[in-house]
Design a protein around this ligand. Structure first.
Ligand SMILES: Cc1cc2nc3c(=O)[nH]c(=O)nc-3n(C[C@H](O)[C@H](O)[C@H](O)COP(=O)(O)O)c2cc1C
Length: 185
């Protein structure tokens, strides 16, 4: 079976640290035979969640907003794993990445008994965070919280996290490639 992986670029910088590291994860996976594709959030038309609730009332659609999230929903629904990279802005993920995360709400729906269900199967997840602060441990509580949200909305578990403090190194690139190879297994 060919493993399908979707990469999400949350940095507006085409050669940003998180961009390069997400690509390294995807390259590692590709080397092991995975089928990969990626989305650059900053280049896409993605609106914020309107909290209309239509997604939770209808299990047959993802979101009523017909913007570029539609392609991302389809790609993720069809994938086995998702690699999400974001810069840290003001101690949090980029606004582009947060829009994406909010819109993942559409993967859920609620039945009449009030119970929540998912429209997609579980995804394996790797996250990449890039910060200016030189101490890699500085934002760990925030990364834990963000990973929990990504994991929950993608019905899976974050099984790898790459943290880039200031600038990526050969060692980090190697770690990212290794994480990609594991995802492709
Ligand atoms: C608007 C803005 C806010 C930032 N806020 C933080 C911050 O709170 N903490 C931090 O460590 N770095 C901060 N940075 C630095 C970025 O996290 C850092 O440059 C990172 O490498 C950017 O990711 P990228 O290379 O993937 O684009 C900020 C940068 C920008 C542009």
């Amino acid at each position: 079976m060919i493993v399908k992986i979707v990469g999400i670029h949350g940095s507006p910088r085409p050669q940003g640290n998180s961009t390069v590291l997400v690509d390294a994860v995807l390259e590692g996976a590709k080397e092991k035979g995975a089928e990969v594709r990626s989305f650059n959030l900053n280049a896409l038309d993605i609106k914020g969640c309107q909290a209309c609730g239509a997604c939770h009332k209808n299990k047959d659609i993802f979101c009523v907003q017909k913007d570029d999230m539609q392609g991302i929903y389809e790609a993720i629904a069809d994938a086995d794993a998702v690699v999400i990279g974001s810069p840290i802005y003001m101690a949090q993920m980029s606004a582009q990445t947060m829009l994406f995360l909010n819109r993942l709400y559409a993967f859920m729906y609620t039945t009449q008994d009030g119970k929540s269900h998912f429209k997609i199967g579980p995804k394996r997840v790797v996250t990449v965070y890039s910060q200016g602060a030189p101490m890699a441990g500085h934002y760990v509580p925030y990364f834990d919280m963000s990973d929990a949200s990504f994991g929950m909305m993608l019905q899976g578990k974050v099984e790898g996290r790459i943290v880039c403090a200031n600038a990526y190194t050969d060692e980090l690139i190697a770690d990212a490639r290794e994480a990609g190879k594991k995802l492709a297994e």
